[in-house]
Design a protein around this ligand. Structure first.
Ligand SMILES: [Fe+2]
Ligand SMILES: [Fe+2]
Length: 240
C-alpha cells in the first residue's frame, strides 16, 4: 500500500505482524531504497529509524497500521543516518519508547546520543515484546561498524539483517523468493561498504545457525527461503 504519493513510500506485511516500510529514492547512478521494519505487538518495535529527514514519511506509513505514539522499542544495527538518524524524533513522539541496542552501541554512542537511556542487549540475549521473542546477535564490523548487531525474531524466524544483501533499485517487491545475492554482490562490487574483518566467518556462521526463513534487508526486497544457505553463500562470496 502506497502511503505517500509524492515519494512512493509504501508499507507491506512481510511476516506475521512484521511490516516493511519502504521509501524509494533516486541517487547518483540510479535508484535506491530505504526500509524500516515495524513489529506490531504489545510492545511495538521499529528496526532502523530511517534518516532524520525521512521521519515524516515513515511516521505517516506507520500510522496506517498503528498509532506511532505506541512505539516501545527503537532498534537498529549500527549508528548511521539511515539506521539511527531519526532516533530522537521517535523518542519525542512516543513517550514510552526506548532505544534497544547492543552493549557496544549503548556504551560508545547511544547512551550519549539518545534523549532517553537505551536498553542494552548482550550477544544472544532475548527480549519478549508480546507474541514475538527477539534475540540480539553482536556482529561487529559485519559489514561495518564496531557496534553492529542484528535482531532476530524467533517467532517468525525473521532476521533483521541491516546492510547485508543491500540491493540497488527501488525495492518494489516487498518480499521475494528469487535471487538477491547476485544483485547485492553487484552492488557491493561497485560500492564496497564491507570492513574486511578477519573475524567475519564466525559472525556469519552464528547468523546462519539461527536458520532464518525471512531476511528483512534494509535496502531492496526482503527475502524468503533457506536463510542459512544464503548467509553462508554470502560469507563465501565476500571471502569470510
Ligand atoms: Fe550501514
Ligand atoms: Fe543501510
Amino acid at each position: 500500500m502506497i502511503t505517500n504519493e509524492q515519494t512512493g513510500t509504501n508499507i507491506a506485511e512481510v511476516a506475521k505482524g512484521i511490516y516493511r516500510i519502504n521509501t524509494p529514492m533516486d541517487i547518483p547512478g540510479g535508484a535506491f531504497s530505504f526500509n524500516q521494519y515495524l513489529v506490531v505487538d504489545d510492545e511495538p518495535l521499529l528496526f532502523h529509524t530511517g534518516p532524520r529527514r525521512m521521519f515524516p514519511l515513515v511516521r505517516e506509513a506507520m500510522a496506517t497500521v498503528m498509532a506511532p505514539e505506541r512505539l516501545r522499542w527503537v532498534s537498529f544495527a549500527h549508528v548511521e543516518s539511515d539506521e539511527s538518524g531519526a532516533l530522537n524524533d521517535w523518542l519525542a513522539i512516543a513517550p514510552a519508547a526506548q532505544p534497544l541496542v547492543g552493549s557496544i552501541a549503548a556504551m560508545v554512542s547511544v547512551g550519549d546520543m539518545a534523549d532517553r537511556p537505551p536498553r542494552a542487549l548482550a550477544d544472544g540475549e532475548t527480549i519478549t515484546i508480546g507474541t514475538h521473542t527477539l534475540r540480539w546477535f553482536d556482529a561487529p564490523h559485519v559489514p561495518h561498524g564496531w557496534e553492529n548487531g542484528y535482531l532476530a525474531d524467533e517467532t517468525t524466524r525473521t532476521l533483521f539483517c541491516g546492510d547485508l544483501f543491500t540491493q540497488p533499485g527501488r525495492g518494489e517487491l516487498a518480499l521475494t523468493e528469487s535471487d538477491i545475492l547476485g544483485p547485492s554482490e553487484a552492488f557491493r562490487a561497485a560500492m564496497d561498504y564491507y570492513s574486511d574483518s578477519k573475524r567475519a566467518r564466525p559472525v556469519m556462521e552464528k547468523l546462519a545457525a539461527f536458520e532464518p526463513e525471512t531476511l528483512a534487508v534494509m535496502h531492496g526486497s526482503a527475502w524468503r527461503g533457506d536463510g542459512k544457505a544464503l548467509l553462508l553463500a554470502l560469507a563465501d562470496a565476500f571471502g569470510a
